[in-house]
Design a protein around this ligand. Structure first.
Ligand SMILES: Cc1ncc(COP(=O)(O)O)c(C=O)c1O
Length: 409
């Protein structure tokens, strides 16, 4: 009877590619298989004790149960500004240049709702974290994609990136108003140097577009690599915002806390839309998040070290199974090229094969965009023993099927 009523925005959202692997994973588990789940970027570790204690202490106070502040309590915004000052030497005004968000995903998606006009185009490198492109689609805009080029060590080919952005700016109509950058990158783990941000900010000022930068994995870095921030570039505030989250660095993914900083016009637009849509996170969560940012940071070192150990175990044990993978310098992921002998089946089919034959769940690269189809993303969210077990299962799968891996890569 209501068939003629269509939900155009929902229709524009594609089916989530990961759902196919997710459903198969549940089927295998129901059938009794011990699936090693390396698919989602969902940290398995506990939030550090002092942060939980602060939540409990704050939740016992009588005045915390009412509506909070939609753009975040002042102390949390100040803590975010102090984090930038300490880490990057950047000065931010907590009143006009910082908004706290319910995780960076909510903040980003609502920012895009607030700023994108119907038909606006944003340049989104391919592959990408899915909401980076879909937020523009949901807002009635479009994503102009280009395949991101990486060097052999998984660092970004920065020169090629700048040239690609210039080309897409010229080729795309209407002319793009936004560029999304995310380094360390999900899914590819790609990293950049500070010089990259200088060049991209200069280009944005010259060509008049805004840059939305996401540094969710800023603290998960290895081998001496340090994540640069676009905010360190002089003049960045004229053209850029940056989002950060407590989800990964403090194992707080379920708490839903992050923040967005930078350009006053964009940050102000986010604050305004949030004031219409919500009343802010539960105050004790914001108080505990403030403690996370201001308190002892040794917990972050421990979380980083956990991922480093897992990364080393993964690279070594998978190599032993004949699957040579480049070791990432950052993030909680490994971006693994599918072994040559199996590459032609595509990442979705390969992921299914790994689930069925090696009880290991990974994310198909194509779920992050067409340029990801020769890869799978492996999330390091199980312990080292489980990772080694996955490698053993994979080795058996390759052997039993006579799949020649290794030498010919
Ligand atoms: C690049 C990137 N940005 C943002 C997020 C979302 O994080 P949050 O929990 O802060 O919403 C993720 C989560 O996986 C991510 O990979």
């Amino acid at each position: 009877m209501f068939d003629e009523i269509e939900f155009d925005k929902i229709k524009r959202l594609p089916k989530y590619v990961f759902a196919a692997v997710g459903e198969l994973k549940m089927q295998r588990r129901r059938a009794g298989a011990d699936v090693i789940d390396l698919s989602m970027g969902n940290p398995d570790g506990a939030t550090p004790r002092h942060i939980i204690d602060k939540l409990i202490e704050s939740a016992r106070k009588p005045k915390v149960y009412g509506y909070s502040v939609s753009k975040g309590i002042y102390k949390l915004r100040l803590a975010a500004a102090d984090w930038y000052k300490r880490k990057y030497g950047v000065n931010l005004d907590p009143e006009t240049e910082v908004v706290a968000s319910m995780g960076s995903k909510e903040g980003y998606a609502h920012l895009v709702q607030a700023i994108a006009n119907i038909g606006d185009t944003a340049i989104i490198p391919d592959p990408c974290y899915p909401i980076h492109s879909q937020a523009f689609i949901l807002a009635g805009g479009n994503a102009a994609r280009f395949a991101m080029k990486l060097n052999d060590d998984l660092s970004l080919d920065e020169g090629a990136f700048i040239e690609d952005v210039k080309r897409v700016l010229i080729e795309t109509s209407p002319r793009p108003k936004y560029l999304v950058v995310n380094f360390p990158n999900n899914p590819t783990t790609a990293t950049v140097t500070p010089a990259f941000y200088e060049k991209i900010v200069a280009l944005a000022r010259e060509e008049r577009f805004y840059i939305l930068s996401d540094i969710a994995y800023a603290e998960l870095t290895f081998d001496g690599y340090k994540t640069p921030s676009i905010m360190s570039v002089e003049g960045a505030k004229d053209v850029a915002i940056e989002s950060y989250t407590l989800s990964k660095s403090y194992n707080m993914a379920g708490w839903r806390v992050g923040f967005i900083v930078g350009n006053q016009k964009l940050v102000g637009a986010l604050a305004k839309i949030k004031s219409w849509l919500d009343y802010g996170m539960f105050t004790p969560i914001q108080v505990a998040a403030t403690i996370a940012l201001n308190g002892d940071q040794s917990c972050v070192d421990e979380i980083r070290e956990t991922y480093r150990r897992r990364r080393d175990a993964l690279i070594k044990s998978f190599a032993n199974a004949g699957w040579e993978i480049t070791s990432p310098k950052a993030s909680m992921f490994v971006w693994a090229r599918i072994p040559k002998a199996l590459r032609s089946m595509g990442s979705l089919e390969f992921s299914k094969q790994l689930l069925i034959n090696a009880q290991t769940a990974v994310s198909p690269g194509v779920g992050f965009g067409p340029a990801g189809d020769e890869y799978v993303r492996i999330a390091m969210i199980e312990n080292e023993n489980r990772i080694r077990q996955a490698a053993k299962n994979i080795k058996r799968f390759f052997r039993e099927n006579g799949i020649a891996v290794g030498a010919e890569e």
